[in-house]
Design a protein around this ligand. Sequence first.
Ligand code: SF4
Length: 389
Amino acid sequence: MKSLFPKYSKRQEGCFTIMEQKLLKQVNNLILDNSRCTGCGICADSCPEEAISVGPVGAFRRGAIEYGSAVQVDEEKCSYCGVCTVMCPFNAMKLEIDGEPSLPIVEKEGFPVYDKLAEIDQEKCVQCTKCENVCPREAIVREVPVFEGTDRCGLKKAEALRSENEFVYNEDKCTFCGLCGEICAAIDVTRKPISAETGEVTGEVKWNPKLCDGCLLCAEICPSEAIEVKKGKISKRKKNKGKVHIDKEECCTCRWCAISCPTQAITVEKLFEGEIEFHAEKCPGGCSTCVEVCPANAIYVPTPKSPADMHGEIEPNIAVNKEFCILCGACVNACPGEDIIVLKRTGLRMKGKEDSALFKSVKEKLLTSRTSKVRESKDEFGEVEVKAL
Ligand code: SF4
């Protein structure tokens, strides 16, 4: 007879797949956020119960199939231990006990966690926008006031600088026409009430040095040549308000930001050590699935060279920039070819107790070298298999 408890179920809520194990006094949920899942399969390698399988990574990441997800969890095989939650480098898995995020495997058993180093030195950071632009995971949080260059309501551009300009207007020449005030926020032209007694328009021109960026447009536009701007030294302000930082939950340690930072303000250490090899001569070309699934934007189709520049070489169909590769393995899972991509991890960056039998077996599986293989088994249709080396 089937026992009453535990009861198992699986449901889909938006981009979340929710696995449930209902015990008499406790409800365990393993929640997979499909929008974060990259199909790297690290969860499948880490699962002590072999409850996770990797599905059609390329098709799923491309959005070619709306149902299902890049990985499938068998809710009845799963022991709700949370090892996959700990080991997912993309924070796509969450374990909840009675509706609260919880990881007893870390708290009670001392299972190690990733030692993620991703920091920005605020002294060196010049708050430019480069890291935000190159980051493939939207992990850069730029909490810096915007300027009018990007937002019409933002700070005036002169506030980005320290300028020592001088503005003088010649009262005898000025007609208080107001043109200068129309074009520049630093100038305010006020007119006195008009009176038929004098029949003249008079007033005052006020200049705010904090808003002047020394562009000299006011002097150019003045029809009476009444304005003179003496351009003084314009220097950079030491720092704008706010800060740029890295959201470690989102960061995949690809190092795009660290490598691109113009002031070397960013330190990021990769989570995995090892090597990736691309045997481009075996790639048939025209597929680019690996390019599309790579969460670190490390894989590319090389720009074709002109025949004169080829010097008898064969143009590679695919290539990887190893500086950015995070050795996650999503490309190996997605590649429909054989022996094209070879992943060899040699180390993991962890902190905590690493000597448990459970962690040792997880580590052993993650450090097993692998490559893609052509899938032929009809029984395992839709399930990704790789070749262990
Ligand atoms: S290391 Fe990569 S993912 Fe992390 S913040 Fe930098 S660019 Fe983004």
